[in-house]
Design a protein around this ligand. Structure first.
Ligand code: NAD
Length: 362
């Protein structure tokens, strides 16, 4: 198979971690007989330095022309970097918002996995963390409260702010379909999270999700209220497979779920549109404090590349092989500095990439 991948190395540790992800993808291609064509584009601070803007039309066209985009991370130190003296629409993050919009990425996927070997980093009680967990939060990214009409008015000398939460059935249906499709590639369970006891938008959400579920009789659907879900994430995270939810609930719950794993350098993410196209990136930022030192953990980016293989190219076996290599390297006690613990061997970013290439087998 030919895989056309546009890469955005970005800023800070971005180029270091993307380099390691490419090494791993090249090994996958070699083992399974694929051909990968990469095209690198500039975005964020790197693009500001060269073009004066965080994202050019040419870069967007290159991203659109690819089958998928693999990104490191963008941005610099927000207090010292000259990029943050620029107006907001010219700062690095504007590039990310711009590309998400240009590519119509409406579904955000954030897996939260607790690896047995890293259970010590989990802030939960051992009786809970020892069971491990492997969930994926599917968040609607372009609708709801963050995109609704808003205004602040003054009535009879009292200031009043109004935000509106709107979803139409098409917006709900397309994210629900994504959620069920992805559950089919996992343990076939969807927990749809809403606030249907209070909100009309949640009642419509629940009704449309029920309709979509009829096309997926092999997938188990349950509904959960968002306040209960926030509790269940710390009480019994092992119960979740795919959590399907709207924009604001997903924003909050996905951060909660990542904190429960305790290891930011391990968390991948993806944003998808209604084709197979996706943008894959680690959940963490550009870590300017450790950039250029070859000590960053490349695993989140490498697991994002595995998601790309699975969701954009339907290469499930290849994705499984990458995830198995990660587990093997952890089991053998190799750690980057951020996940280091006593008795383990500390390795650099590039060494971690080399080890993963070495452990990757068909
Ligand atoms: P950050 O995630 O970059 O770093 C937080 C802490 O985690 C730092 O101590 C960092 O060294 C550490 N860390 C993060 N990733 C690591 C890795 N792979 N290996 C080892 N340690 C790692 O968050 P921040 O410091 O708040 O933000 C830094 C910059 O990144 C800012 O400009 C911010 O806007 C940007 N940012 C970009 C994205 C993105 O590109 N999607 C996301 C979040 C933040």
């Amino acid at each position: 198979m030919e895989l056309n991948i546009t890469c955005i190395p970005g800023d800070g540790i971005g180029p270091e971690i993307v380099r390691e992800a490419k090494k791993v993808l090249d090994k996958v291609a070699q083992l399974y007989g694929h051909e990968i064509k990469y095209k690198d584009i500039l975005m964020g601070g790197a693009s500001i330095d060269v073009h004066g803007v965080p994202l050019t039309e040419e870069a967007v066209a290159d991203a659109k022309a690819a089958d998928a985009v693999l990104m490191g991370s963008i941005g610099g130190d927000t207090t010292t970097s000259p990029w943050y003296q620029l107006p907001p629409n010219l700062r690095p993050e504007a590039g990310l918002l711009g590309i998400r919009k240009a590519l119509n990425l409406f579904a955000n996927l954030r897996p939260a996995v607790l690896y047995e070997e890293l259970a010590g980093a989990c802030p939960l009680k051992e009786e809970i963390s020892s069971r491990g967990f492997d969930m994926l939060i599917m968040r609607e990214l372009t609708g709801g409260l963050y995109f609704g009409e808003r205004k602040t008015v003054e009535e009879n000398g009292v200031r009043k702010a109004i935000d509106t939460l709107t979803y139409d059935e098409n917006e709900i249906r397309r994210i629900a379909v994504k959620g069920f499709d992805i559950a089919r590639k996992r343990r076939k369970k969807v927990t749809s999270v809403d606030k249907a006891n209070v909100l009309d938008s949640s009642r419509l959400w629940r009704a449309v999700v029920e309709e979509v579920a009829k096309d997926y009789p092999d997938v188990t659907l349950e509904h959960m209220l968002v306040d209960n879900c926030a509790m269940q994430l710390v009480k019994d995270p092992a119960q979740f497979d795919v959590i399907l939810t709207e924009n604001m609930f997903g924003d909050i719950l996905s951060d909660e779920a990542s904190m429960v794993t305790g290891s930011i350098g391990m968390l991948s993410s993806a944003s998808l549109n209604d084709t197979k196209f996706g943008l894959y990136e680690p959940s963490h930022g550009s870590a300017p404090d450790i950039a250029g030192k070859n000590i960053a953990n490349p695993i989140a980016t490498i697991l994002s590349a595995a998601m790309m293989l699975r969701y954009s190219f339907d290469l499930d076996k290849e994705a499984d092989a990458v995830e198995a290599a990660v587990k093997k390297v952890l089991k053998e006690g190799y750690r980057t500095v951020d996940i280091m613990s006593e008795g383990c061997e500390k390795v650099s970013c590039s060494k971690m990439g080399d080890l993963l290439v070495e452990k990757l087998h068909k």
